[in-house]
Design a binder for this molecule. Structure first.
Ligand code: ATP
Length: 214
């Protein structure tokens, strides 16, 4: 099985990293691929450039074998649609199960993603609990998810795509928004994200102005 964890990672923090480590262990994966979005479809702009977000992610996981960075969305021109990414990965993976890992807040809005019904044809979806994000979604999304829900990681090995698995992970109330706000206010984000990422932020000056790039 191949685990994919997409995000803006603006910047990457321990909420992302801890969830990825626990999901890898619980799902029995060799490693999890972290995929930074080049141009996230849901946002008017990011705060750090795609190149910087990629560098911060690489710095965060340097030397680890359980977490790897996949830069395909940054290299691809145009908006980073997960359905395009999964189509590419499916072509590479053959019949191997693909697992798209997302936090509960993102899962609640899955039906706003481009070509969202196709995501279920391309991958299993693993929904990780996140503090302050309750399970709340539209009726059409609930109708899609309900019959696909399975109980444990072993079920995901039965087919390449199409199931939904809720996963408990350690609840860390950390968000990129909170970290950006701290930095813009001149406060320290220490212990919310890896020192190597903080070093990158200090050197680049990212987030000090608190304004998104367009
Ligand atoms: P922002 O505050 O800018 O919206 P974020 O902290 O939500 O950023 P993203 O890069 O947007 O981070 O999130 C990527 C993925 O990681 C999403 O699926 C999101 O739900 C999940 N995620 C982010 N933070 C956590 C956390 N603390 N615990 C579990 N999942 C998380």
């Amino acid at each position: 099985m191949i685990g994919i964890f997409g995000g803006t990672f603006d910047p990457v923090h321990y909420g992302h990293l801890r969830a990825a480590v626990e999901a890898r262990e619980r799902l029995g994966l060799n490693h999890v691929r972290l995929l930074p979005a080049g141009e996230p479809p849901h946002r008017s702009g990011t705060f750090a450039s795609a190149g910087h977000r990629l560098e911060m992610l690489r710095a965060a996981v340097e030397g680890r074998t359980d977490l790897k960075v996949d830069d395909r969305e940054v290299r691809r021109a145009g908006r980073s649609y997960m359905s395009d990414t999964l189509t590419e990965l499916r072509a590479e993976a053959g019949d191997t199960a693909l697992l798209l890992m997302i936090g509960q807040d993102a899962a609640n809005a899955l039906d706003s993603w481009h070509d969202w019904r196709r995501l279920f044809e391309l991958a299993h979806i693993v929904i990780m609990r996140r503090p302050d994000a309750v399970h709340a979604c539209s009726e059409r999304l609930a109708a899609e998810i309900g019959p696909r829900r399975v109980q444990g990681p072993e079920d995901l090995r039965q087919r390449p795509a199409g199931y939904v698995l809720p996963l408990e992970v350690t609840q860390l109330a950390i968000s990129s928004t909170g970290i950006r706000e701290m930095i813009a206010a001149g406060r320290s984000p220490a212990f919310l994200l890896p020192d190597a990422v903080i070093d990158h932020i200090d050197r680049s000056g990212n987030y000090r102005e608190g304004v998104a790039r367009s």
